[in-house]
Structures are given as structure tokens and as C-alpha cells.
Design a protein. Structure first.
Length: 134
């Protein structure tokens, strides 16, 4: 074990804490932004910020000069396809949710959970239950 190992472990733990804080903060920030911004541009901004941040970290950590990879157009196509996939997927998921109208005026997670639970309690069985073969 080298002398730098405890420092590296500390930096690794701090990086994980920062990552967790960013993920947790994104939910709060998203919840605050949703009443003012449609989900499609909000997702576009999220992807753009993530790309800029990841690029800065990648080139900052490597300490190399910026050089384009071979055939850089592939990354643009892949990024565009991923953005379309996530945007369309989230809109479709929100459209399929049958209780969204009940959540419009909720403020806390407790209210959201209450309305979802109430919705589930009032559902009638739409298919016959089947046992899973083992």
C-alpha cells in the first residue's frame, strides 16, 4: 500500500458523495422546473448540461489536448438517438399513467403517495390472476 492510497480512498468517497448529491438534487430541481418548462426542452437542457459536464471532467482528468476521435459524426448520431429515445419514452410513460390528473395539485411526496395508493385501491381487476409456473 502506498502513501497516496488513503488520499485516493478519500477522493473516491467524496466523488461518490458528490455524485449522490447531484442525482438527488436533479430530482428536486426537476420538480421545481416542471411547472414552468415542458418536459421535452427540460430533457434537452439536462442532456446538454450532462454532455458539457462530462466533457469537462473527461478532458480535465486526462489533462490531454482536445482531439476529435475518428468519425466524430457517430457520437452526434448516437447522442441524438438517445435524446429522442428518452424524450419519447418519458412522454409515453407520462401519457400512460392513469392517475396524473390526481397529482396536479399535490405539493409533497406524501400527498403523491396518498393519491396513487387511493387510485390503486379503487381499481377493479382487469384480468384474472394467474399463478406463475415454477
Amino acid at each position: 500500500m502506498t502513501l497516496g492510497a488513503p488520499r485516493q480512498r478519500l477522493l473516491a468517497h467524496l466523488a461518490m458523495l458528490a455524485f449522490s448529491a447531484l442525482i438527488a438534487g436533479s430530482f428536486t430541481t426537476g420538480a421545481l422546473a416542471v411547472p414552468y418548462i415542458h418536459p421535452v426542452p427540460l430533457n434537452a437542457v439536462r442532456f446538454l448540461l450532462a454532455a458539457i459536464l462530462m466533457g469537462a471532467v473527461a478532458f480535465g482528468a486526462a489533462r490531454n489536448r482536445f482531439a476529435l476521435p475518428p468519425a466524430p459524426w457517430r457520437y452526434g448520431i448516437m447522442g441524438a438517438l438517445m435524446a429522442v429515445y428518452f424524450t419519447v419514452g418519458l412522454d409515453a410513460l407520462a401519457a400512460r399513467s392513469l392517475y396524473v390528473d390526481r397529482l396536479e395539485h399535490t405539493r409533497t411526496m406524501r400527498q403523491v403517495a396518498h393519491h396513487i395508493e387511493e387510485f390503486r385501491d379503487n381499481l377493479t381487476a382487469t384480468r384474472t390472476p394467474r399463478t406463475f409456473p415454477h
